[in-house]
Design a protein around this ligand. Sequence first.
Ligand code: S3P
Length: 166
Amino acid sequence: MNIYLIGMMGSGKSTVGKHLSVMLGIPFLDLDHYIEVKHQKSIADIFKEYGEARFRELEFEALSQIETSSVLVACGGGIILDSRNRKKLQSSGKVVFLKASIPELTKRLGNVTNRPLLKEKAVRKELNHIWQKRKDFYEKTAHLTVDTKKRSPKEISEDIFNRIKS
Ligand code: S3P
């Protein structure tokens, strides 16, 4: 069974994922990084050159290629937009939603340079817009929701670890 971390950009999926994978003794895979290595291009360049729709296809392909064994996968924030991805996540592992408030995410993403969806518009406004479109998907896809408010990646990882083990 895999473990999938989902949540908005800046919710801490990669940082928590690295901690948690060590605690669980299983490999960690960052899906965006996997796509970048596979296609030899940064996510920003994929968006710029091919557009978001193409990126979503590459994201779907990448998720489909991950074996269901014991891997901890940090997913890109938009993974839940595609119903095929939601199905794969739910059926092949435990889905953990890292929930963070918009003000918190705005603070963390203040100086974005590598997130194509946040480049041009005011970060807080755009995050809010994205959140409204996605919140139901995050909540419905997750087996477990973890509040990240005022907690360190280590505390969040311990919480997930205990809840997975119990
Ligand atoms: C996206 C989130 C990014 C990356 C891409 C699109 C999104 O990943 O996949 O820029 O749609 O929310 P992170 O959530 O790891 O930043």
